[in-house]
Ligand binder design. Sequence first.
Ligand SMILES: [Cu+2]
Length: 337
Amino acid sequence: MSEAVQHPPSCCAPGRGEGPTAGPGSHRAGAPDGLLSLGPTVSAPPAAPAALGDGPGGSVLLPGGRFLMGTEDAEGFAADGEGPVRPVTLRPFRIDACAVTNEQFAAFVAATGHVTEAERFGWSYVFAGFLPAHLRRGAARPQHTPWWCGVPGAWWRAPLGPGSGLAGIGGHPVVHVSWADAAAYCRWAGGRLPTEAEWEYAARGGLEQRRYPWGDELTPGGTHRCNIWQGRFPTKNTAEDGYAGTAPADAFAPNGYGLYNMAGNVWEWCADWWTTDHPAGARSNPAGPPRGTARVMRGGSYLCHHSYCNRYRVAARTSNTPDSTTGNLGFRCVRDV
Ligand SMILES: [Cu+2]
């Protein structure tokens, strides 16, 4: 039996192609009329997202240098291409302390008129447990991750579908953004998406070959350090960590580099095309394969659970097609220095 057969799919990453795409009219040009007014507007978005300092909008200058990327941890998923452990050298770069928030993304959309891919497709994936019965019933569900519903009218301003909005979650990570949406935001903000190597180096927070951004123990001293699933997946989330869905982008203690939520909360798009085949030797500023069909996602999300998808480990990785959007997938930016 191959490793790929035993390897559980990501709990978190249904692709656009697994959703309700069949039939004419399912790819709508532009959001349906009325959809744009569903979400309450967030108040006074910042004019520029690049202010330095702590919390959302802040960023941290990392010195770069050499680190050990990947893992050969027995708890890991070898079929995901988590290994081999290989030395990687990076030039210095600046990275957002937090995932880009709804408020920040609202400022980008107000400034540019950007229309996201979820709006153009007319739907996005929402975790079934968050949906009222009338939206859950009859919703298209991916075969391998049936806890997701393809919801018409779900997009970043209505993250739980029609009738939902951003009230009270302006400081949570923006979700339902595709790779191209994320890349467009980063360009506007004067940056770019992190390479996977930059993302992992940043997530490790200066620790070498530890399992999590803070060390080897998931809940040191009984303290929750990230927003993942507690309980029985996918039916009962006890939310012992304080959150069933997204948490504020600056929830929990930061890692050793001052970066928040590099594990759990929302998956984060990386710049690289996906491959599971990594050269074992030393590399400098690797940027992934020149082409591909899926982009790298890192960090895990509020749906990850040790019984099924322990991809909140710092070396864990998965991918999705670039046009995919879900309620647990966001991003952060880096800047060259
Ligand atoms: Cu997961």
